[in-house]
Design a protein around this ligand. Structure first.
Ligand code: FES
Length: 104
């Protein structure tokens, strides 16, 4: 079993059009997931960062939503343009990106 430092879950839940909660799919999670996978590959972080997609994580209206374990950091409203900063600051330097953390 690889010794990952970060296990990242990206919500890729999709709901029918017009659903009152909307979904991360409506807000571009597929592009976020793809940008994250690409950045992990480019930086060769595949032995320290494990990426998975998941169903709804809960805060749908603030998506796309990402959670990172074991540190239990929740990111909200992530866009593809945020991925380089998350990867460098959080996964390489160990400093979560505070401006993207889900408000509690
Ligand atoms: S649909 Fe993504 S958090 Fe609910």
């Amino acid at each position: 079993m690889p010794d990952w430092k970060h296990h990242v879950f990206v919500c890729t839940n999709k709901r029918p059009p017009g659903h009152p909660k909307g979904s991360c799919a409506d807000r571009g999670c597929t592009d976020v997931r793809n940008a994250l996978a690409e950045a992990i590959d480019e930086q060769e972080l595949f032995e320290t960062v494990k990426l998975n997609t998941t169903d709804c994580l809960g805060p749908c209206r603030q998506g796309p939503t990402i959670v990172v374990y074991p540190e239990n950091v929740w990111y909200a409203g992530v866009q593809p343009g945020d991925i380089a900063e998350i990867v460098q600051s959080h996964f390489v330097e160990g400093r979560p990106v505070t401006r993207l953390i889900l408000p509690s």
